[in-house]
Design a protein around this ligand. Sequence first.
Ligand code: ADP
Ligand code: MG
Length: 236
Amino acid sequence: MSTMIRTEGLKKIYRVGKEKVVALAGVDLEIEQGEVCCIVGQSGSGKSTLLNMLAGLEKPTRGTIAIAGKKISSMDEERLAVFRQENLGFVFQSYNLLPQLTAAENAALPLMFSGMGKEQRLKRALRELKQMGLAERAGHRPSEMSGGQQQRVGIARAFVARPKVIFADEPTGNLDTQTTQHVLRAMLDRVAKYGITLVMVTHEPNLAECGDRVVTLSDGKIIGNVLRKNAEEEAL
Ligand code: ADP
Ligand code: MG
């Protein structure tokens, strides 16, 4: 196994007026290729901040982040955007779907830069939607779908381009228990099948059980980093 993600001395300080908020207070973390890593901790502990920085969506105040050996923390915006397109997928807590596009068009978006024709892109997107139990919603717009359905479109979008790493912030936060099981199973099957590294923020302890690694944050610091064996079989 090789290291997929490595951070050193990662700090994030927000300035709010004259106040300084230390969201991350020095995080050193290594995540292996193909690992499912769950990030847990109380509200405000820095989970989303850490995830956003790992995903290249926010710049650290101090410290370094390398993904697949590439130091993303020192890339300029343009290179970072290309790196994200080619290597990373995201599942947002608030879906971030484009309202004017159908489910299939939304799920196909990451393939825009792949050189694939439109028909091929939509075919790939439809396959991902099917995996999420959403084939019959392919032509629907976000406003015509429930929160859970929109979240599953977001997950299909994250997988469609087969990225090296998928980052997910509370991906099942808006789903009922049964749908959570279904979506989680589909996500774990697909990361295993394609060797994708999954970094997932969750505040549900039983969801974290599916992680190979569980990282616990408190006040912007890692207070627990546990490797688990056969985690997935135990949890599901
Ligand atoms: P979590 O996802 O674990 O709930 P966050 O990473 O969202 O925690 O937040 C960590 C800390 O940083 C919190 O104290 C939060 O209020 C603060 N914070 C997060 N984002 C910002 C921001 N954009 N500006 C100022 N403070 C922020
Ligand atoms: Mg959060």
